[in-house]
Design a protein around this ligand. Structure first.
Ligand code: SF4
Ligand code: SF4
Length: 657
């Protein structure tokens, strides 16, 4: 006969408001095999856990149930406490009577909640009776990490992992690391020069012997599991031998062809052989193959002629490289929503209507105007600039429903930069609300208004058009209740921050989740903000949603600390809730293999003594299996069981009714 204990939590008033926890405990005491019951205000508190440990020891319990909140919250807590009291931790089960009962039943007489809690707990008792004690799975860990994305979050993660003594491969799809931050002029709220604070980190990453940079590279395939990932990286052909190139730049100098610079967002041109910006890391040029006449039509070749070390190879091909790593940090960043969607603001139609990032390039000393604010159309210094916030943000119909979080701050910064660079110039800002929640952020916005003279108008812009060489901006000022019309020389749109193009494809290759905006999902927004549902893959920065630089850096470090913690032991222990295949009944239909969302199922050959294959069966890789149970449902011959949730256990629970 089992000896089961049942602990019913009141969760303060969260459960006790609609569930009579005392009654639940009393009812459970009547079930055969239950030898101990109690109810308590906070089971997760120290005294609550002590009660649990003491009861296990004093009553010689061989299984316990805590009827409380979701297992996501405290299953680990109670399993640890059980283990400390000498019980197999997997003999501790949770009944969720909070999220699945008290929070959805508002009957203050407690009748409904109590009956349902009794039923749910009864079911868990019967399931527990069929439990098998499980053991954690031990997995060897490869102590090398891969960071995808060389923006500030990825650089920070790579540097922290490297400083922790572990090797890192930093993969960046552009020819240089630096990300969007490399485009910025100054940064809010301190107004440090972005390049001045970023480039030392970029150089540090290049020089750190634990970091290998794979620039102009993309992740194509990810196999394996926590501690043991095999990643295929496409190293796109740069047509320049990186080992021999000295970065002298002669080739760039002599290249006779120019195309629009993606880094300068169309505000300037670059050569066909190029580095994206002067401080690029690595400072190795790449040839833009589709625009190179030598590669396309076998004409020119000027760069190869002037290259001293002879490192230009027009026949160079992409290489696929396979790397073995124990952990992956994803830090692929953001992009801005294409402005073309917002025709009413004149983007694409009026040359001097630009995006916030384009304004950054105009204000940057390394930008196309050397840091002078000049109109793209004629190079004239604008006497008045209208900044329009929330272009596409908080606009479900034309853009996205969320707030892009950084626009209020960078627009305030833009007005400051403008007033510092163009004395006597007038900045106008159309806004919906000012969201400046951050250390010294509110004071920064106040400064833009009170010291730098930016005129803030609360309202939407309805129309932007050109008249007599000026841009006319019509909108509403809802605070004064009047319509306004401003004659401007330039208009800057604070366009919505969106996920990177291809973010969904990468997520599918990695097996991590993403939301409807294709921002990556953290495992738990509050408690596991840099982890994903796939163990061993971590997130950092604005690939999760709009984020400013301080938060991105903090997340890079947070992800790195998770990686270093994982690498601190030679083996890691994994939860044993994984599927297991019955080799006798498996008929190799491979339905499970197709259904498994984590590609945890492999084909396994059963051989006779002479080594001849007698049968193929499915086999679950314990390192990859996340215990989701999809394969169990997919298997028509009922040959798969999920440990801890076997058919026998589930039927035992159902059969309590
Ligand atoms: S000329 Fe040769 S060595 Fe110099 S930057 Fe170009 S590719 Fe490198
Ligand atoms: S439970 Fe089955 S479907 Fe889910 S991860 Fe494990 S093997 Fe794949």
């Amino acid at each position: 006969m089992p000896r089961i204990g049942v602990f019913v939590c009141q969760c303060g008033n969260n459960i006790a408001a609609t569930v009579d926890t005392k009654k639940v405990a009393e009812e459970m005491a009547k079930i055969p095999g239950v030898v101990y019951t109690c109810d308590y205000k906070f089971m997760c508190s120290s005294p609550g856990q002590e009660t649990l440990k003491q009861a296990i020891k004093e009553n010689d319990l061989d299984g316990i149930i805590v009827s409380a909140c979701s297992p996501h919250m405290h299953e680990k807590t109670f399993r640890k406490a059980s283990e400390a009291a000498g019980l197999n931790p997997y003999q501790c089960e949770i009944t969720n009577i909070r999220e699945q009962c008290s929070w959805v039943h508002h009957d203050k007489t407690k009748a409904t909640g109590t009956v349902k809690s009794i039923d749910l707990t009864r079911m868990t008792i019967q399931r527990l009776k069929k439990n098998q004690p499980l053991k954690k799975i031990k997995i060897p860990v490869k102590k090398k990490a891969l960071v995808i994305g060389g923006g500030i979050a990825g650089i920070q993660a790579a540097l922290d992992i490297a400083e922790g003594g572990r090797e890192v491969i930093l993969v960046e799809k552009e020819p240089s690391i630096g990300g969007n931050m490399a485009r910025l002029s100054e940064t809010f709220p301190t107004m440090d020069c972005s390049q001045c604070i970023l480039t030392p980190k970029m150089v540090e990453a290049e020089l750190n012997e634990n970091i290998t940079l794979y620039t102009y590279s993309e992740v194509e395939k990810v196999d394996g599991y926590i501690g043991n990932f095999t990643v295929t990286v496409r190293r796109k052909s740069k047509y320049v031998d990186e080992e021999r190139c000295t970065g002298c730049g002669e080739c760039i100098e002599k290249c006779p062809f120019k195309v629009e610079s993606a880094f300068e967002l169309g505000l300037n041109k670059r050569k066909v052989i190029y580095t994206p910006f002067p401080q690029s890391v690595p400072n190795i040029p790449v040839i833009d193959a589709p625009n190179c006449p030598k590669i396309q039509k076998d004409k020119c070749g000027a760069c190869a002629i002037v290259c001293g070390p002879k490192c230009i190879d027009f026949k160079m091909e992409d290489k696929l490289e396979t790397v073995e790593v124990g952990a992956i940090v994803v830090a692929t960043g953001y992009q801005l929503m294409p402005n073309e969607r917002f025709g009413e603001y004149g983007y694409g139609r009026i040359k001097d209507v630009i995006s916030g990032l384009q304004f950054e390039r105009l204000a940057s000393s390394s930008g196309p105007t050397g840091g002078e604010i000049r109109r793209p159309s004629d190079g004239k210094v604008p006497e008045s600039v209208v900044f329009i916030q929330c272009v596409g943000s908080r606009d479900e119909k034309k853009g996205v429903s969320y707030c892009s979080k950084i626009c209020c701050m960078y627009t305030a910064k833009h007005t400051k930069l403008y007033s510092h660079k163009v004395h006597g110039g007038q900045a106008y800002v159309f806004y919906m609300d000012i969201r400046s929640g951050g250390k010294r952020y509110e004071e920064f916005v106040r400064g833009a208004i009170e010291h730098d003279g930016a005129m803030y108008l609360r309202g939407r812009v309805s129309r932007v058009y050109e008249k007599n060489g000026k841009i006319i901006v019509q909108g509403a000022d809802t605070l004064s209740g009047s319509q306004v019309e401003i004659e401007a020389d330039m208009v800057v749109l604070a366009t919505a921050v969106v996920s990177r193009e291809g973010a969904d494809g990468l997520a599918q290759r990695l097996g991590i989740g993403y939301d409807k905006h294709k921002f990556y999902n953290e495992y738990h927004p509050k408690l596991k903000p840099v982890e994903t549902v796939t163990a061993g893959i971590y997130l950092a920065g604005s690939c999760m949603g709009p984020m400013d630089i301080p938060d991105s850096v903090a997340q890079g470090s947070a992800a790195a600390s998770k990686v270093l913690a994982l690498f601190s032991a030679d083996e890691m222990a994994r939860e044993p809730i994984t599927s297991v295949v019955n080799k006798v009944t498996c008929n190799a239909c491979w339905d499970c293999l197709t259904a498994c969302p984590y590609t945890a199922i492999e084909r396994d050959a059963i051989k006779d003594r002479k080594g001849n294959i007698v049968k193929w069966v499915a086999k679950v890789n314990d390192g990859v299996c996340q215990g989701c149970g999809v394969c169990v449902a997919a298997c028509r011959s009922k040959s798969i069981d999920l440990k801890g949730y076997t058919d026998e256990q589930v039927f035992a629970a159902i059969n309590t009714f």
